[in-house]
Design a protein. Structure first.
Length: 154
């Protein structure tokens, strides 16, 4: 069940999504609240798993992962066993940053970061093709990033 969020909670969440390293003092000035009130709101949001974790966002070009590929996967059959085995195996692939079970022509979409086309070929040949129950794949290579945000409008 969703947690009730008032206008201040929503503003606080938007501020944290923009920069989670802000101090409670800085946030208190933005929200017109005491430092203690901000601290307590943050703790409540964390306790209720509205805020799941804090992360550092990396520049993919500076860490040699500049090629982003969306890899669509179709399983041989849509059985519970095949889904379970695939999902367990895909969790072990370090190149995959996100995996979604989807409706439509394919069963899964993987978000894959690699250095270049050779690295993607190696990933496909040495990792994807070794996974059980894969019927087919379809890769979409990104040309340019127009918008990429982790923020969810609250």
């Amino acid at each position: 069940m969703p947690l009730y969020l008032d206008a201040i909670d929503k503003k606080l969440l938007n501020l944290l999504q923009k920069n989670s390293k802000q101090t409670t003092k800085q946030l208190s000035l933005e929200l017109n609240l005491s430092v203690t009130a901000v601290y307590e709101r943050i703790k409540k949001l964390e306790k209720n798993k509205v805020v799941k974790q804090y992360v550092a966002l990396l520049d993919k070009n500076k860490i040699n992962k500049s090629l982003l590929v969306f890899c669509h996967i179709k399983l041989l059959q849509h059985s519970r066993e095949y889904l379970y085995v695939f999902e367990k195996e895909v969790l072990e692939l370090e190149e995959v940053s996100e995996c979604f079970h989807v409706s439509g022509d394919y069963d899964y979409i993987l978000k894959v970061y690699v250095n270049d086309m050779k690295a993607y070929r190696d990933f496909m040949v040495n990792k994807i093709t070794t996974l059980k129950h894969i019927g087919s794949t379809h890769s979409i290579f990104t040309i340019n990033e127009i918008k990429n945000s982790t923020a969810i409008s609250v």
